[in-house]
Design a protein around this ligand. Structure first.
Ligand code: GDP
Ligand code: IMO
Ligand code: MG
Length: 431
């Protein structure tokens, strides 16, 4: 009955969700994306070969899985077709792909609007990925969005005309060239005919799967502190990458959800603007970035780096009802002399261990750190927690203690096999 597991990012994204999803999808029948779009970039390394997924569920690398794009995802048809083609070129089949008829489209005017809106924000820009995500979700909620079911029907021509006429007025008002209806229509009709075979009612498909006792893995994109409601608004994305997004983004009720795996790194990173209490500037930040290869999978931007923040982590655990943690990049911090863990904030002279996403609060907090010994040595290839060096275990144990949440997965390198999976029976804390 409870055959649905969920993988979510707990900080500002790029925690290594792709790798954990890849591992869990080996024991799943479905891998389902439920929110966001191609602002995501999920990396999986297989024997040194790197796969970066922006729209397709990362679970698709496992042959027997059915890969689903749920209704909560916003789909750029051009990017999706490119991703399908490149996967086919690598010898993978995509005949097991299913796209919700209710998923909304990202069209060229959304991408142009994303750029215009960022420019108009000036110094207060969000640092979006400029993939049209915000404008596409705006249209969805304003009720003028175009869904996959419209895209593959004859309705598309007139809906595109209506929307493009409206958007062109705005685009021209900002001094840009209007977009051309005929050329977009021609190009997107061709894309629609390529995607048509994959479109179906994925909600009823999920329900049938649940009744048949099949195992579903819901694949989070983005992360809790980028959530439109729970993140550092307005420096967030335009969807709910938190647990509620599973229900609204693929139509699965909470009673079917078993484990909620929250993914973090052994340090933190953020790409784009907005507060980041434990950010390290200068040498330490640069060292984390270089050791962890922290450059964006989607935009190539250098990621801002800092220490792990347990105040924020406790908030993310609560918001999502996380049952176990996955901590990636233990190998990265193992190369540092000292590692810091933020366990409280100093705010206006007070010591605070409760997170608030309020901007004024976050901008005026200073982290209070506990320090740990690093230099664990080379831990790649370890597959048993007990065999890890004592300093590595101390670090993990402290995270479990402060968050009262078991650490089930530990990443020891970028390759798909560089992972320690702890047996539930050996975990001290089981939720
Ligand atoms: P996602 O968006 O959460 O899927 O994460 P990204 O793929 O954007 O970024 C995570 C990066 O860390 C990728 O380059 C991964 O290959 C890499 N990675 C994941 N886990 C580990 C790990 O345990 N150790 C190291 N060194 N790299 C990792
Ligand atoms: P994955 O799934 C990291 C950030 C952008 C920007 C903000 C809003 O790979 O973890 P948007 O284009 O969504 O309107 O940008 O959100 N952002 C991400 N940062 N990882 C992601 O996805 C992100 N998706 C969006 O950098 O700050
Ligand atoms: Mg990423």
């Amino acid at each position: 009955m409870k055959n649905v597991n969920v993988v979510l990012g707990l900080f500002y994204g790029d925690e290594g969700k792709g790798k954990i999803i890849d591992y869990l999808s080996k024991s799943s029948d479905y891998a389902v994306r439920f929110s966001g779009g191609n602002n995501a970039g999920h990396t999986i390394k297989v024997d040194g070969q790197k796969f970066a997924f922006h729209l397709l569920p990362s679970g698709i690398l496992n042959e027997n899985i059915k890969a689903v794009l749920g209704n909560g995802v916003v789909i750029d048809p051009k990017v999706l077709c490119e991703e399908i083609e490149s996967l086919k070129t690598c010898g993978f089949s995509v005949s097991n792909l299913y796209i919700s008829d209710k998923a909304h489209l990202i069209l060229p005017y959304h991408i142009v609007m994303d750029g215009i809106l960022e420019e108009s924000r000036g110094e207060n820009k969000i640092g979006t990925t400029k993939r049209g995500i915000g404008p596409a979700y705006c249209d969805k909620f304003e009720r003028s969005g175009i869904r996959m079911e419209n895209f593959i029907s004859d309705d598309f021509d007139k809906l595109l005309k209506r929307n493009l006429d409206n958007k062109n007025k705005i685009i021209e008002a900002y001094g840009y060239e209007p977009l051309d209806y005929d050329s977009i229509l021609e190009e997107y009709k061709a894309l629609a005919s390529m995607l048509k075979e994959y479109v179906c009612d994925t909600t009823s498909m999920m329900h049938k799967a649940i009744k048949n006792d099949e195992r579903i893995l819901c694949e989070g994109a983005q992360a809790t502190l980028l959530d439109i409601d729970f993140g550092s608004y307005p420096f967030v994305t335009s969807s709910n990458p938190t647990i509620g997004g599973v229900s609204t983004g693929c139509g699965i009720g909470s009673r079917y959800i078993n484990n909620v795996y929250g993914v973090i790194k052994a340090y933190s990173s953020r790409v784009g603007e907005g507060p980041f209490v434990t950010e390290e500037f200068g040498e330490t930040g640069d060292m984390i970035r270089e050791l962890g290869h922290e450059y964006g999978t989607t935009t190539g931007r250098p990621r801002r780096c800092g220490w792990l923040d347990l105040v924020a982590l406790n908030y993310a655990v609560m918001v999502n009802g996380v049952t176990a943690l996955a901590i990636n990049h233990l190998d990265t911090v193992s190369k540092m002399d000292k590692i810091k863990l933020c366990t409280a904030y100093k705010y206006k002279g007070m010591v605070i261990d409760t997170f608030s996403s309020n901007l004024e609060f976050l901008e005026n907090c200073e982290p209070i750190y506990e320090e740990f010994e690093g230099n664990f040595g080379n831990i790649s290839g370890f597959d048993n927690f007990d065999d890890l060096p004592d300093n590595a275990k101390k670090y993990i144990n402290r995270i479990e203690e402060v968050t009262d949440t078991p650490v089930k997965f530990i990443g020891t390198g970028a390759d798909r096999d560089d992972i320690i999976v702890r047996d539930d029976k050996t975990l001290k804390l089981v939720r």
